[in-house]
Design a protein around this ligand. Structure first.
Ligand code: SAM
Length: 249
């Protein structure tokens, strides 16, 4: 069943219309007529079943008829902050990180990035990543769409670290030194509702000066195991480990 997100609070028997693009999809792509059922998630992350009650001038009106109780979100909120990788890899990262439960994404400008974002094109890139996150959230039946933040430098990231309960930097050199305990310790330390900020390097990795800065701000160097993962793979491994530790074992 198709799932849509709506930026308003819904309730049982409530009547509503979808936002422009979603209405177009429902009416013109799904060719919905009266009685057509959808899943809809409101801005309180409540999931409902709704059905089309009228289609007029290509605008569908829908009525909520059942609330569904589906706990599909990770018990903790994970924000992924990653150095800039090539477009298609970022697209893939956002899609897979949404499927594996990411709450928010921060593109980070780091010293060893092989890609630089042109300031004028950044808003369009963010818009593109938001669209990918929305589609992946619908497909994976999430109850929220991950937020995509604007491009940040490390100093700008440090301005928001107080919003988080745990700060980790996934560091390849920690892995190479064979120190793999930190991730398990993090999973033992987190409590439901905690907010985790996880920093990742891009293809070039993290510069020693960046690691020193991150550690001075309270970030814990953490290994993802003995193999060196691609920049787009590492966040997915991290989110999968969180899911395994907190959801399915
Ligand atoms: N250029 C680096 C090198 O050759 O050592 C590799 C960087 S890796 C492609 C990109 C990012 O993924 C790293 O900066 C780190 O954040 C993360 N990463 C990859 N494998 C990891 C591991 N085994 N442990 C911790 N972080 C890892």
């Amino acid at each position: 069943m198709q799932r849509y997100f709506i930026d308003e609070s819904l309730n049982l028997e409530g009547i509503f219309v979808l936002e422009k693009d979603d209405n177009h999809h429902l009416v013109n792509v799904m060719r919905a007529q009266n009685g057509f059922k959808i899943e809809v998630v409101d801005n309180q992350s409540h999931l409902y079943l709704a059905q089309v009650i009228e289609v007029e001038n290509r605008q569908a009106a829908l009525k909520v008829f059942q609330e569904l109780d589906q706990q599909v979100e990770l018990p903790i909120s994970v924000t992924i902050a990653s150095g800039l990788t090539k477009n298609d890899k970022f697209d893939w990262l956002i899609q897979k990180a949404t499927e594996t439960g990411m709450s928010a994404f921060i593109p980070l400008s780091l010293k060893r990035d092989v890609v630089k974002w042109d300031a004028k094109k950044t808003p369009k890139r963010i818009e593109r990543l938001e669209k990918i996150a929305k589609e992946a959230a619908e497909q994976s039946h999430r109850l929220m769409i991950p937020s995509i933040y604007d491009l940040m430098t490390l100093n700008q990231l440090f301005e928001i670290t107080d919003d988080f309960d745990h700060l980790v930097v996934l560091y390849e050199e920690t892995a190479k030194q064979g120190e793999h305990q930190a991730l398990k310790q993090l999973m033992m330390d987190v409590k439901p509702g905690d907010r985790v900020l996880a920093v990742f390097g891009s293809e070039g990795g993290l510069d020693e000066s960046e690691i020193q800065l991150l550690m001075s701000k309270g970030f814990k160097e953490t290994s993802l195991g003995p193999r060196i993962l691609r920049a787009e793979t590492a966040p997915i491994y991290f989110l999968s480990a969180v899911s395994f530790a907190l959801e399915i074992n």
